[in-house]
Design a protein around this ligand. Structure first.
Ligand code: SF4
Ligand code: SF4
Length: 465
């Protein structure tokens, strides 16, 4: 019996063919280069910004504190992070439904770093044909020099990127000083090395393979886009039948469409696909093929847009931007937009009203209750968090059980800015009052006050028989 071939055979396990994208200039290439500049400025610049004498953005995992400009977030603030992640997911759904793979083509780190690494490759090894010749040529001193220069620059850039990335978790000035004096700690060394290797491997070697086989966003995009999402497409009605011709030839008279079959759109494609075969999963929406084809159309004296931004419906109907915009507000877009607006509004209000003080009361697990000369005692640890950026002085009271008093040598308490302090406290119920209270567990509240606000923490006071 003959086993039918797997549908994956020859797709997933074929050795990837190296792609040598040709350089292209044009409107969208300018946008891509602008986005490289903007994203790198933000990514490399943010760790150097300061706010109130500390890094403006710092995810201090060791101290379990996140600094984001004026906010100091603690583990108890996880709910805001969850809200932010939900908002990010909804924004991604909305953006993809409307704009398709615009993110992939212009702002995804994989695209941005591949652009930079490719620019280095072109600078050290030459244009497409020269790179192909160099790879096919036997090893020589000249080839070694070019390859070493490329890989040296790639490695330096990967290291710079990784230092900047780790600079979001360790103050970047200290990090740089430690790196220059070879004094990095084991975890910093690990993450700098890990991120540098990842950048070098992803942008230098894997490139389009990462988008094709590893990126989860690319996998579920097809479920998010529809006939009215923005895509880049070749117009077969206008382009076919394709064929080479001279500029002076009457192509229409010869029964030809506008595609001159120059294959420039294929040569510039970083994913190595032919957009003329229709919409393909591998297409990252970089628009390089639009720039290439527009250049050809200009030379031939044809109108631009044989390959263009459009929608599946717009392409089928031959409608322009106005027609496509009429289908912008469809049910899925309205639902995503409404959900996103709701989550963002809730998040903004919650963050604006976020208290500057948080209190937790933890019972001392060693002793349930004890008797002293003063009365019946229960002991606790109060966890007081000053989330503000100024030092605060706190007093503590207890309510819920008449006559019970707070004892602590640490009160009133000074807590530095953005700090958490653990305070041991005793609650004492005098014997005379304890005689009138039923034995068992009683609810009490610790009330912690500063000059401007107060917070409460619930606890249980145990009265033995
Ligand atoms: S088909 Fe065009 S838009 Fe898609 S990846 Fe290739 S060059 Fe970029
Ligand atoms: S660049 Fe334009 S004209 Fe040339 S092959 Fe591609 S679609 Fe045809």
């Amino acid at each position: 019996m003959v086993t039918p071939p797997s549908p994956c055979a020859g797709v997933l396990y074929d050795k990837p063919v190296k792609i040598y994208p040709r350089a292209v200039r044009g409107r969208f290439d300018r946008w891509r280069r602008l986005m490289v500049g903007v994203t790198q400025l933000v990514f490399l610049g943010l760790p150097w910004l300061t706010w109130n004498g500390r890094p403006a953005i710092l995810f201090d995992l060791e101290a379990r504190r996140f600094y984001v400009f004026g906010w100091v977030l603690w583990p108890q603030d996880l709910i805001y992070l969850v809200g932010l992640l939900v908002a990010a997911a909804l924004a991604l759904f909305l953006f993809t439904a409307v704009a398709g793979r615009l993110w992939c083509g212009y702002a995804c780190p994989q695209t941005v770093y591949t652009e930079i690494f490719l620019a280095i490759e072109r600078w050290t090894e030459g244009e497409r044909q020269a790179r192909m010749r160099l790879d096919a040529a036997p090893w020589s001193l000249a080839k070694l020099a070019r390859k070493s220069a490329k890989h040296g620059l790639w490695a330096a850039l990967a290291l710079l990127t990784s230092l900047s990335f780790v600079g979001y978790f360790t103050p970047v000035r200290d990090l740089l000083h430690k790196a220059l004096t070879l004094d990095l700690g084991p975890w910093e060394t690990f993450w700098v090395a890990f991120y540098a290797v990842a950048t070098y491997g992803n942008a230098g070697w894997l490139r389009e393979q990462l988008c094709k086989t590893m990126c989860p966003y690319a996998r579920f995009q097809s479920a998010l886009i529809d006939n009215d999402s923005l895509i880049i497409a070749y117009d077969p009605q206008r382009g076919e039948p394709r064929g080479a011709r001279s500029r002076r030839m009457d192509a229409r008279g010869a029964g030809l469409g506008d595609c001159v079959d120059c294959t420039l759109c294929v040569q510039v494609c970083p994913a190595g696909i032919d957009i003329r075969n229709g919409l393909q999963n591998e297409c990252i929406g970089c628009a390089a093929c639009i720039d290439a084809c527009d250049t050809v159309m200009d030379k031939m004296g044809y109108g631009r847009g044989l390959i263009r931004y459009t929608t599946a419906r717009g392409l089928g109907l031959g409608s322009g931007w106005r027609g496509m915009l009429q289908h912008l507000w469809r049910p899925r877009v309205v639902v995503y937009a409404a959900l996103l607006a709701g989550v963002l509004a809730t998040l903004v209000v919650a963050l604006a009203q976020r208290p500057g003080l948080a209190v937790d009361a933890l019972r001392d697990r060693g002793t349930l209750a004890s008797l002293s000369a003063d009365g019946v005692e229960n002991t606790y640890q109060l966890l007081i968090t000053n989330r503000t950026e100024t030092p605060q002085r706190y007093t503590v009271q207890v309510v819920g059980l008449p006559g019970v008093r707070v004892h602590s040598t640490d009160l009133p308490l000074e807590v530095p800015p953005a700090s958490q302090v653990r305070v041991p406290v005793r609650l004492v119920l005098p014997h005379a009052l304890a005689a009138n209270v039923a034995a068992g567990s009683h609810g009490v509240s610790f009330v912690v006050r500063s000059a401007s606000e107060q917070a409460q923490a619930q606890a249980r006071f145990l009265l033995p028989h």
